[in-house]
Design a protein around this ligand. Structure first.
Ligand code: FE2
Length: 476
């Protein structure tokens, strides 16, 4: 390379009008990034002296002895280590933030039936609500003290965090903006996330959220006991669904800022705060694989049946997280996005079903057809395990009689599902305070006609032809 030339790499993205930042690409890589040249130590992690007398700080996201495939760590080289924090103070509880979903908690409730919520209200103009203040929990399972379970939140905010950062010690957060971009500063660098992208920030990472587009709303899935990973592809082979090279991790960025900051920590569902006289975003260089990332859901490669019948919805899985039971996901994050529907001799909408899993759905943009519950962007719906559901009679009839040509579905739409093997309980906010709950109307299935009854003569004729007694001779 000629002197002065700049290395071009295909392993970094370019800024665009929606996102001014650049990213390293890949999923689960051992990334490395330095904002000043030569800061990362050579062939070691913790030298006696780091360049510029920075402090080395190690971070683990798994047990020290976790197998290599699951071992997650990071090394951060920073102006001051995180321990320079002046101690913790308990903050008042956020009444809408819940972490204990055990039925012994009087603040959570069981619903055997479908539930649905209209889009959650944004804060009014006369209040100032940032991302942390605006967290509201809807449902979940388990408890972070057990390192087992899951929580589903929405955030509604109208103010940027100023000299304030958040650190969730309870779980990894998968954040889905629905309205308004999030300009997120993390210890690892900056990320801009829009509706249609997911953002994962793992346990123990400090971050700050700025709202460049004003009032914002979105969904969050928090997992207590494991980390997100890409689903195995099995017979699909090496590619398809969410491809590893489409995930984006920030590059190192540090601020020189010796002003007063507050870091809010979520610990076992409680909020605690530290005050410190310097920014937490002072990491000059870092390396590791315990790092935040984002992914544009439009990049997902859908696969499906090209002959007949439905493939199980696990083909729509973007990310999955293991439970402690072998072969059972704690949760799968699924999306329903534009694709072709081509299966022949097939009832194409979702068939009537009762699944062992809990289904929680939201809509980022567009319209999601076949429902009668006012499912708009920012709304949500819920079905617990074995809660029967399926399309209305009109949808069934239309799909049963349709001329099955190849057709595009979900055009301009991004719907998602948090599907969990766990049973959920619902919070007071979901059931009462949000004011957005509406029971999924069970009457929508009342007109599912028993067409079989108009075929009794035909059945008797067939029985007779087969030498079998007719229906009239059967005991009632
Ligand atoms: Fe379902």
């Amino acid at each position: 390379m000629a002197p002065g030339a700049t290395a071009q790499t295909t392993f970094a993205t370019k800024p665009d009008e929606k996102d001014p930042y650049i990213y390293q690409v890949g999923f689960g890589n051992r990334f490395a990034s330095e904002a000043l040249p030569g800061v990362l130590p050579y062939a070691q992690n913790s030298p006696q002296k780091v360049k510029y007398e920075l402090y080395a700080e190690g971070m683990t996201g798994s047990s020290f002895v976790a197998p290599r495939a699951e071992n997650q760590t990071a090394w951060l080289y920073r102006i001051r280590p995180s321990v320079a924090h002046q101690g913790f103070t308990r903050l008042p509880d956020n009444a809408d933030l819940e972490s204990n979903f055990l039925p012994s908690n009087p603040k959570v409730h069981v619903s055997p039936t479908q539930l649905a919520w209209h889009p959650f209200n944004l804060p009014s103009d006369n209040e100032r609500v940032d991302f942390v203040d605006g967290l509201h929990t809807l449902a979940g399972n388990g408890d972070p003290t057990l390192r087992e379970g899951i929580a589903i939140h929405v955030y509604t905010a109208n103010a940027s965090m100023e000299n304030k950062a958040f650190c969730n010690n309870d779980g990894d957060m998968l954040i889905l903006p629905q309205q308004g971009r999030l300009d997120v500063q993390t210890e690892f660098g900056k990320m801009m996330v829009r509706s249609g992208e997911l953002l994962v920030i793992q346990r123990g990472m400090k971050f700050k959220v700025i709202l460049p587009d004003g009032p914002s709303r979105g969904y969050i899935q928090e997992i207590y006991g494991s980390h997100y990973q890409l689903p195995e592809l099995g017979p699909l082979g090496s590619h398809g669904l969410a491809n590893a090279r489409d995930f984006e991790t920030p590059v190192a960025h540090f601020d020189i800022d010796q002003s007063a900051w507050q870091i809010t920590y979520k610990v076992c569902g409680q909020l605690h705060a530290c005050s410190q006289e310097h920014t937490p975003f002072d990491v000059v260089a870092w390396h590791g694989n315990y790092v935040p990332y984002k992914y544009a859901l439009e990049k997902f490669t859908n696969v499906g049946s090209i002959s007949k019948d439905h493939i199980d919805p696990s083909i729509f899985c973007v990310l999955t997280a293991k439970s402690k039971a072998p072969g059972v996901p704690l949760c799968d994050f699924l999306i329903f996005s534009p694709r072709w529907d081509v299966a022949s001799h097939t009832f194409r909408p979702p068939y009537y079903h009762r699944n062992s899993c809990t289904e929680f759905m939201g809509l980022l943009y567009g319209t999601y057809g076949g429902r009668s519950d006012g499912f708009e962007p920012g709304a949500a719906s819920y079905e617990t395990g074995f809660c029967p559901h399926g399309v209305s009679y009109d949808e069934w009839k239309k799909a049963s009689e349709a001329d099955l040509k190849p057709m595009r579905i979900h055009e301009g739409t991004m719907a998602f599902m948090f599907e969990s093997s766990m049973m959920f309980t619902m919070t007071d906010f979901a059931m009462k305070r949000s004011g957005k709950l509406h029971m999924h109307e069970p009457k929508m299935w009342d007109n599912l006609k028993a067409h079989f009854m108009s075929h009794l003569d035909e059945v008797n004729a067939d029985l007779k032809a087969a030498g079998l007694p007719d229906l009239n001779s059967r005991s009632k």
